[in-house]
Design a protein around this ligand. Structure first.
Ligand SMILES: O=P(O)(O)OC[C@H]1O[C@H](OP(=O)(O)OP(=O)(O)O)[C@H](O)[C@@H]1O
Ligand code: HPA
Ligand SMILES: [Mg+2]
Length: 171
């Protein structure tokens, strides 16, 4: 790890703000909160406890990075007239979220919104992607921690850091 980008305290403070905003937005409506596995599981666990409205939870299993630090371009999915809130750890190229939104729109939800922990705007490839809530705008570097992995490692860090290039680039 080369440097810490978001400390545990910074993350928790931002989640409290997001929870209050999302609670205000749905104002007691019933919502299905859909976490995108695996990366979103830690963010979702904290976010739902900062939200206060009737909700059920579900998860989608999606993977496009595998053990690589770049998107393979292929997203595989393993998983209805309700409000659906998708919770994701990161929007990098945006290809994963774009794919998921298209898929879930076909189910004709009452509403479909996204809350993403990190967004790397500089890396965006997907067009017409609307993210209603964004935790933090991240730099275009490979980040790990707080659910985010590099080859399944580092998900359990309670902070987010930049992964040093020498850890993942073979010389
Ligand atoms: O915006 P994109 O470029 O599509 O990248 C974002 C996606 O990549 C990561 O998933 P990954 O495939 O690593 O699966 P994981 O959540 O199990 O780590 C991350 O959790 C997002 O789902
Ligand atoms: O920067 C990242 N870190 C971990 N997983 C990711 N998936 C897309 N971008 C990233
Ligand atoms: Mg990953």
């Amino acid at each position: 790890m080369s440097r810490i980008l978001y400390t545990k305290e910074t993350i928790q403070k931002r989640i409290a703000e997001l929870g209050a905003e999302i609670t205000q937005h749905y104002k007691g409506e019933e919502v299905v909160i859909v976490g995108v596995l695996k990366g979103a599981f830690i963010f979702m666990a904290d976010l739902v406890r900062a939200c206060n409205f009737p909700c059920t939870m579900d998860f989608l299993a999606v993977s496009s990075y595998g053990n690589s630090t770049t998107s393979s371009g292929n997203v595989k999915i393993v998983m209805d007239g309700k409000h659906v809130l998708i919770v994701e750890d990161i929007c990098d190229t945006g290809l994963t979220l774009s794919y998921l939104l298209e898929l879930l729109r076909a189910r004709k939800p009452k509403s479909l919104e996204v809350c993403v922990f990190l967004q790397k705007s500089a890396c965006l490839k997907a067009t017409d992607l609307k993210l209603k809530w964004v935790g933090f705008q991240a730099e275009p570097v490979f980040v790990v921690g707080y659910g985010l992995d590099r080859a399944e490692e580092f998900r359990n860090l309670d902070y987010v850091g930049e992964l040093k290039q020498e850890y993942y680039v073979k010389k």
